[in-house]
Structures are given as structure tokens and as C-alpha cells.
Design a protein around this ligand. Structure first.
Ligand code: HEC
Length: 231
């Protein structure tokens, strides 16, 4: 093959591989969409977003201190960043992705909160889509702020790996409506500082520890708290 042909082929391959990363713009421009932490691409497509859907699961269920965090590095496994998570993931090959197969078996250890079937499916789908470092947010609707939608899901995905079984990290248990309402209701101002990573509180108390939720999600929490914890 002539160099020119090889080059053309290469360009085609590159373009083809790039199209997987294209994230569709929202089909419903009327729904309020937040573009939270820098560079987030809104999407209502089927693409699983690493940053907002996969990373929080690995951080919450695997990456707490004492386990696979930057500090404790159990077995030299860290699950708090894309690069480190990719050490145990093979794109499009879930059965050979150790960090996927293990969540269907040994990990998290018995007695710790386990990922749900839905959450595992999200990870599986992400692997099958190429395990890309997609940074986007499925439309986050600022008009929704009840516990059942979306607070419960936000807690499940971002917090319950550490706060989902009693007593919970830092003695904070947020595993059901009554407990979350009682704990947060006792000091709502502090809670809002905690999730806003307010610089006036100790760094260890800024939640989730691996990085703030996106602004729209913090907004949903804020409304839920300020409106008296509607169920
Ligand atoms: C990776 C584990 C982990 C995740 C995920 C996590 N937390 Fe925490 N959380 C902790 C630890 C550890 C402490 C105790 C920190 C301390 O006392 O310094 C804590 C403490 C807290 C506190 C008490 C702070 C205070 O003022 O004493 C609140 C409230 C809290 N977390 C809420 C949340 C919420 C809400 C989420 C999800 C949005 C979340 N956490 C996610 C580990 C986690």
C-alpha cells in the first residue's frame, strides 16, 4: 500500500474511533441542564458518562479511606481517578476487566454496602462503550428535589458506599429517608457547607471526598433541605 493510502486509512480509523466520543446535545432544550464542573457536556444520549455515573460508584463503594483511596491504597489498588481505574478495566472486554468482575464477587467485602444490579449494569455498559473518560451529565432537572427523585439516587451513587451501613463513615448514616432527614435536619447549614466543599470547614469534611458533585446536583440537595425534606 502506498504511504498516501495508509495515511487515508489512518484518518478514517481515527475519525471512526472519535465518533464514539461524540456526545449528543440534549434533545429537549427546554429542560434545565447544568454544565457544572468545567467542561461537562450535557447529554441525553445513551452514552454512559464516566465522571458523573461511573467514577462516583468506584469512589463511594471502593475508594474510601482504609480501602482503595489515594491514602490507604489497599493492595496498591486506587479507584478514585480514571487513570487508576483503567488499570483494572479493559475497554469492551468486561469479562477480562478485573475491576468489573470483582464487583460481582469478592468486593466490596461482605458487610460493606454492595453495588446494585443497576449500578453494575452502568459500569458494564460503560466498558462496552469503550470505557472512555467521558465527562458529561445526563440532564439534571433543577425543578426536581424530592427524596424519591432525585435525592435517593444521588445519595446512592455518591454517598452510600461510605454512609450506607450503620454506623457509617464518621458516624453518619444516610441509608434511608428517615435517617437522612434526621441527621441533616439537625444541622442543615453545616450539611450544605459539607456538600459545597466550603473552605471554612476542614478539608476532611468536604463531601464527597473525591470531589464536589456537579452544581445542579448540589442545587437539588439545597432545595430539598430548604423546602423541609419533601419525600
Ligand atoms: C469515600 C467515602 C465517603 C463518601 C463517598 C462520602 N463520605 Fe461523607 N464522610 C466520610 C468520612 C470518612 C467522614 C468523616 C470525616 C471527618 O470526620 O473528618 C464523612 C463525614 C460526613 C459528614 C459529617 C461532616 C461533619 O461536619 O462532621 C457528612 C454530613 C457527610 N459525610 C455527608 C456525605 C454526603 C452527603 C456524601 C455524598 C454526597 C458523602 N458524605 C460521601 C466518607 C465519605
Amino acid at each position: 500500500m502506498k504511504i498516501r493510502h495508509i495515511f487515508t486509512l489512518l484518518v478514517i480509523v481515527l475519525i471512526a474511533s472519535c465518533t464514539h466520543e461524540v456526545i449528543n446535545s440534549p434533545t429537549d432544550p427546554a429542560s434545565p441542564i447544568d454544565v457544572g464542573r468545567g467542561g461537562i457536556t450535557p447529554t441525553t444520549s445513551d452514552t454512559v458518562c464516566f465522571n458523573s455515573q461511573v467514577l462516583p460508584l468506584y469512589v463511594s463503594y471502593c475508594g474510601s479511606n482504609g480501602c482503595h483511596s489515594d491514602i490507604s491504597r489497599e493492595e496498591d489498588v486506587i479507584t478514585t481517578s480514571y487513570t487508576r481505574i483503567m488499570e483494572g478495566i479493559r475497554a469492551k472486554n468486561a469479562s477480562r476487566s478485573e475491576y468489573y468482575t470483582i464487583i460481582n464477587g469478592e468486593m466490596p467485602p461482605r458487610g460493606s454496602p454492595q453495588m446494585s444490579a443497576d449500578q453494575k449494569n452502568t459500569i458494564l455498559k460503560w466498558i462496552n462503550q469503550g470505557a472512555l473518560n467521558t465527562n458529561c451529565l445526563n440532564s439534571c432537572d433543577t425543578t426536581k428535589f424530592t427524596f424519591n427523585d432525585p435525592i435517593k439516587t444521588l445519595l446512592t451513587n455518591n454517598c452510600l458506599g461510605c454512609h450506607g451501613t450503620k454506623p457509617g463513615s464518621g458516624n453518619v448514616f444516610l441509608g434511608d429517608y428517615a435517617s437522612a432527614k434526621a441527621y441533616i435536619g439537625a444541622n442543615p447549614t453545616n450539611f450544605l457547607k459539607v456538600i459545597n466543599h466550603d473552605p471554612t470547614i476542614a478539608a476532611s469534611k468536604r463531601m464527597p471526598p473525591a470531589g464536589k458533585m456537579v452544581d445542579c446536583q448540589i442545587g437539588q440537595f439545597t432545595k430539598w433541605v430548604n423546602k423541609g425534606f419533601p419525600q
